[in-house]
Design a protein around this ligand. Structure first.
Ligand code: NDP
Length: 279
């Protein structure tokens, strides 16, 4: 029986998960089809029920369902519960388990470029779903401090509160608005800057000035299309090391693949498929 797996979102046409995952399934000879499932919020409950079918391996979940799907599942991993968002559902014999592979995907991408600067300070821009995953990843590694900066400062405060609850031993956590002067100081001394906002999706779009960023900083933009955002171009000009969101995208996909199939994901195939889809 050909099995099914797919990405659910609304809209979902933009997702490049289908070519990445289908390439991996085909490379390992798994008899499964990866589909796009456009499901309106009003239809989510009925759609989740259908996921329990015997021919469904599971799903990836994208905007706007990452949070709404939580109460509809049978169990959640600790990571998904802490982050408060699910990006991967596994159908385990009719029981649906919600997981989040964004945090681990981010850490694997960070490892590829040498890991977090030990003891250094990190600035995280954004407080939406992706920022929550990155924030939870960062409070678990060896960084000295984390400043979460968001346009809506109250949302940054809420993220910091959830990070404090998840990692009580990580003490140096601060939330600021984008117009807070403390952000300038943090940028001037940070070892790691991560953009987890949508600013930069449009070519030339900038959230802030990185003229005072240390040359030793590592700058990661979660955006992968365009491959070089204005932030990354500015940071590179400063001499900083830069990384776009493609490795995180592929690693979170690979971890989901592993959950569904129990097989080692063919990473090179997945990277090649991602690059081809974006070319
Ligand atoms: P959300 O909609 O949940 O969050 C959007 C964030 O962007 C919020 O912090 C929001 O601030 C901020 N923002 C939006 N517009 C502006 C603006 N004009 N000025 C300042 N801040 C703004 O999105 P996600 O968290 O799901 O995604 C964020 C980015 O991360 C996207 O570009 C997405 O493509 C990327 N991503 C990459 C992944 C990867 O694997 N590489 C995985 C997941 C996401 P506010 O709270 O004030 O509205």
């Amino acid at each position: 029986m050909t099995q099914r797996v797919g990405v659910v979102g609304y809209p979902v046409e933009h997702s490049i998960s289908p070519p990445i995952q289908q390439a991996a399934l085909d490379a390992l000879g798994v008899d499964a089809r990866y589909e796009r499932w456009a499901v309106a919020p009003a239809d989510l409950v009925a759609w989740v029920a259908g996921l329990r079918a015997a021919d469904v391996l599971g799903a990836n979940v994208t905007v706007p369902h990452k949070e709404a799907v939580l109460p509809l599942l049978d169990e959640l991993t600790d990571t998904a519960r802490a982050i408060g968002a699910v990006n991967t559902i596994v159908n385990d014999g009719g029981r649906l388990r919600g997981d989040n592979t964004d945090a681990a995907g981010f850490l694997r991408a960070l490892d590829d470029v040498g890991g977090p600067p030990p003891g250094g300070e990190a600035v995280l821009l954004g407080a939406g779903g992706a920022a929550r995953a990155v924030g939870h990843a960062l409070v678990g590694v060896d960084i000295g401090a984390l400043i979460v900066a968001n346009r809506d400062a109250a949302r940054a405060e809420r993220l910091v509160a959830s990070l404090r609850a998840a990692a009580p031993a990580f003490e140096r956590l601060t939330a600021v608005g984008l117009d807070d002067p403390a952000l300038d100081g943090a940028l001037a001394s940070c070892a790691l800057l991560v953009n987890a906002t949508t600013v930069g999706l449009q070519p030339g779009q900038r959230l802030l000035d990185v003229a005072h960023l240390p040359e030793s900083a590592l700058v990661i933009d979660l955006i992968y299309n365009p491959p070089v955002t204005a932030l990354l171009a500015d940071a590179e000009q400063r001499g900083a090391r830069v990384l776009n969101g493609l490795p995180m995208l592929v690693y979170q996909a690979a971890l989901a693949f592993e959950r569904w199939t129990g097989r080692q994901p063919p990473l090179e195939t997945m990277f090649a498929a991602a690059r081809a889809a974006l070319a």
